[in-house]
Design a binder for this molecule. Structure first.
Ligand code: NAD
Ligand code: DAU
Length: 356
């Protein structure tokens, strides 16, 4: 196996921590650098089990810091970048779009330019290099209930500041291939769920709120549809695409697993109540319909046939199994939840909830 030196940005976040764990355990001969600014969403406690491995190191850095990233690339002789660092929560992007443009657009551009300059300075230039950008299905916009799924050919039509910033960063990544010949890949994935997700996102938020007998804030009528994928399946896809994906290609990643929010919420309630020993239906009373998210996309649904046909990937976990594992993980890791939901986050959440 070839030695590689890879930087994974956003490795202390939800998906990033699963990608770091997979790479550190699967590739002992690689040098894996986890680069993360440790915003409210980044948490090194997500990686306790790999932090002492010899092929792992953590670097606290802002992806917008061009000089520091260029130095890191030189120092670590980086030949692969798996870029996940981003502001990732749609509701926050509605309140604070500038931070999303700064991190998601300018941060990505800064990494691209530093990688270009460093790789072009080497005798072999882009040979054997890879810049892999992790994006979202939200860039494709919103589907009607009878529409076909998003394919790699679906035109971009983002609606939220978050998805507009991600779309812009995707375009920059492709522009670096088309203009400078940078070996880039982009993937667009559906909603992830599983352990270590920050509890502002639907599934961990609702599990935690049921546990604390707090209201479950359902936006609008709860009829919006999302396509859910277990996070470890996304991490496996990233591993496969990083190693076997074709340069300049886009791959959609999704679970063919669409759920209307309200139906998903009822599954979560049922699972939590069963595990906690509550009577069936006990926590349904916590459901609270509140005003809708502005610009709330009706439906996301991803067609990942290309990834299946070309690289043989498919999700390994049935949804029922994934939800059971996730609910048990959050209920068993109350200390992790308490740590990340204390202080500033608690105040942010209470204010946001009251405002609606
Ligand atoms: P997350 O919010 O859990 O983690 C983001 C990480 O990026 C955090 O560790 C944070 O500290 C770090 N970060 C933020 N700003 C940074 C900066 N300026 N410099 C360095 N690090 C910074 O996000 P996630 O849900 O794990 O998503 C990871 C990536 O995957 C994002 O690019 C997101 O757009 C994409 N994505 C997420 C989903 C999903 O369902 N969560 C689905 C598809 C794609
Ligand atoms: O589709 C991929 C995207 O999925 C990623 O790119 C984003 O980073 C990720 O956050 C996620 O975006 P969503 O907006 O779909 O996820 P969220 O968990 O915030 O919301 C899921 C659905 O549940 C959405 O329709 C809004 C609704 N919702 C969410 C919250 C937090 C509620 O009804 N109530 C809530 O409290």
């Amino acid at each position: 196996m070839a030695k590689r030196s890879i930087v994974i940005t956003g490795g202390a976040g939800f998906i990033g921590s699963h990608v770091v764990r997979l790479f550190v355990n699967k590739y002992p001969e690689y040098n894996i650098v986890n680069l993360d600014k440790l915003t409210y969403a980044g948490n090194l406690a997500n990686l306790k089990d790999v932090e002492s491995k010899p092929n792992y190191k953590f670097v606290k850095m802002d992806i917008c810091d061009f000089e520091a990233f260029y130095d890191l690339m030189q120092r670590e002789k980086i030949d692969g970048i798996i870029h996940l660092a981003a502001e990732s929560h749609v509701d926050r992007s509605i309140k604070d779009p500038f931070t999303f443009a700064k991190t998601n657009v300018m941060g990505t551009l800064s990494l691209l330019q530093a990688a270009k300059l460093y790789w072009e300075s080497l005798p072999e230039k882009f040979e054997g290099k890879r810049f892999y950008h992790i994006s979202t299905d939200e860039v494709y916009g919103s589907l009607e209930f009878n529409d076909e799924l998003f394919t790699e050919q679906t035109p971009y039509n983002p609606h939220s500041p978050y998805s507009a910033a991600k779309a812009s960063s995707d375009h920059f990544v492709r522009a670096y291939h088309d203009t400078y010949g940078m070996p880039t890949i982009v993937t667009n994935c559906s909603n992830n769920y599983g352990p270590y997700q920050f509890p502002e996102k639907l599934i961990p938020l609702f599990i935690n709120n049921i546990r604390h007998r707090k209201p479950l804030p359902v936006y609008g009528k709860g009829e919006n549809v999302r396509d859910w994928l277990y996070v470890e399946d996304h991490a496996r896809a990233i591993d496969l695409i990083f190693h076997k994906g074709k340069v300049a290609e886009t791959y959609n990643i999704g679970g063919f697993n669409e759920w209307k929010n309200i139906d998903l919420i009822k599954v979560i309630i049922k699972t939590v109540d069963r595990i906690l020993g509550n009577p069936e239906g006990h926590s349904l009373e916590l459901i609270t319909f509140i005003s809708d998210r502005p610009g709330h996309d009706a439906r996301y649904a991803i067609d990942s046939t290309k990834l299946h046909k070309e690289l043989g990937w498919e999700p390994s976990l049935q949804f029922e199994e994934g939800i059971e594992k996730s609910v048990r993980w959050y209920l068993d890791n109350q200390e992790w939840l308490d740590n990340v939901t204390s202080g500033d986050y608690q105040r942010y959440y209470d204010d946001m909830y009251k405002a609606r």
